[in-house]
Structure formats: structure tokens, C-alpha cells
Design a protein around this ligand. Structure first.
Ligand code: SAH
Length: 209
């Protein structure tokens, strides 16, 4: 795992020199705030053998780090920005993940209505993409009944409205990184299928506050 993380770090630093991929640019910062943070998610659910979708993966967090640590997952990396998806695909090719990973350029609120993706995943993850209500609306539709949605946040947040989308919130999982920062995972169990009306368009979701 360490060898693959090191290779990924090198590719990130190289790509960051060409275009703005992540705001954190020093290797130690990337190791702690991207790699270590993503790895802590493994404590929030059982990942081996699961179908996982990372929504708004950006430069690959947490999804690609999870795949490196737990290669048995079947992973979809989704992002709305083409250059990020091309970067993700190039890292997957370099790391030999061409089979178990699908890199998709698209918008979560649109893909959530596509039967190839809707209600298909055991675990959906997201970090730094949107506020919790919007995130629940676009992410819960991807989760199978019985699966979980894991939202990575700075502090534990509660969103009872997730019920509209078939989600029921568990106790948050709070943790501290080795640089002293506290983060939290908000965990939602998918208890019933998401009604067909969701997710709505991004404009409607935003207008809802
Ligand atoms: N998860 C990464 C990136 C966070 S930045 C990390 O934690 O480092 C947010 C990312 O979400 C951006 O790359 C942006 O392109 C993507 N994004 C924002 N809205 C989206 C949507 N509706 N569907 C898919 N991707 C989205």
C-alpha cells in the first residue's frame, strides 16, 4: 500500500505543478490531510468486497486512497470536472486499477437518475462537495437499501431531512488526525428506496438552502 500511496503522491505533485488540483501542495500536508484523513474512513464502515461510489472525488479523496488501502472494493470515482476525471483515470492506469475502478465525468444529481448507478452501491462517500442537505439528496439515491452514505465533515452535523431520501442518520464517527485536527464522519443508513423525484436539479436543491 505504501508504494502505491507514494506513487500517487508523486503524480499529484506533478499534476499540481501544471494545474490546480488540490489546495494543499506540500507532501506532508497531502499525507496527513488527504491520505490519512481518507484512510480513517475505513473505520466508519466495512469496505472489503463492497461496491463504493465517491461523489465529487476531485483529485481522488477519499475514493482512490480507499482503493489503494482496500483493493477488493469495486469503485466508481465521479466528478463534474473533466480535467480531474482525466487525472483520476491516469492515476488508476498507472496503479494498475483499470479493472476495478470506473472514472466517470458527470454530475451526481443527473447520474442519480441513471439506472446503472441508482440504488447500486453498498457505500457512497463524499468529502468537501456541498452542504449536508444537498449532499444527502444527491448521494443517498446511489445507495442500495441496507447500504450507507458517509459524509466527511469537519465537525459532526445532524440532518433529519435525510429521511425524505430514504436515509436514517447514525451516531457520527469523530476522530483526530496526527496534526491535531478534529474531523467527523456523518453516517446515514439507507432504510428505504429514494422516491423517484430525487435528486432534483442542482438549481432547485440550492434554492432550498
Ligand atoms: N472530494 C475531494 C474534492 C473536493 S472539491 C476532496 O475532498 O479533496 C469538490 C469536488 O466536487 C470538485 O472536484 C467538483 O468538481 C466536484 N463536484 C461539485 N459538485 C458536483 C456534482 N454535483 N456532481 C459531481 N461532482 C461535483
Amino acid at each position: 500500500m505504501q508504494e502505491k500511496l507514494d506513487r500517487y503522491l508523486t503524480l499529484l505533485l506533478e499534476a499540481n505543478a501544471r494545474f490546480n488540483l488540490t489546495a494543499i501542495r506540500n507532501p506532508e500536508g497531502i499525507r496527513v490531510r488527504h491520505f490519512e484523513d481518507s484512510l480513517r474512513l475505513l473505520e466508519a464502515a466495512s469496505f472489503p468486497g463492497k461496491r463504493v461510489l465517491d461523489a465529487g472525488s476531485g483529485a481522488g479523496f477519499p475514493g482512490l486512497v480507499l482503493k489503494i488501502a482496500e483493493p477488493s472494493i469495486r469503485l466508481t470515482l465521479l466528478d463534474a470536472t473533466g480535467k480531474k476525471v482525466r487525472f483520476l483515470q491516469s492515476v488508476c492506469d498507472e496503479l494498475g486499477f483499470s479493472d476495478g475502478v470506473l472514472c466517470v465525468h458527470g454530475r451526481a444529481e443527473e447520474l442519480g437518475h441513471d439506472s446503472d448507478f441508482r440504488e447500486r452501491y453498498d457505500i457512497v462517500t463524499a468529502r468537501g462537495v456541498a452542504a449536508l442537505p444537498a449532499l444527502c439528496e444527491v448521494c443517498l439515491p446511489f445507495v442500495k437499501t441496507g447500504g450507507v452514505f458517509l459524509a466527511m465533515k469537519e465537525t459532526p452535523e445532524v440532518y433529519p431531512g435525510a429521511k425524505r431520501f430514504g436515509g436514517e442518520q447514525d451516531e457520527a464517527f469523530a476522530y483526530t488526525l496526527s496534526d491535531g485536527r478534529s474531523h467527523a464522519v456523518c453516517r446515514f443508513r439507507k432504510v428505504t428506496a429514494t422516491p423517484a423525484a430525487f435528486p432534483r436539479s442542482w438549481g432547485k436543491i440550492k434554492a432550498d438552502g
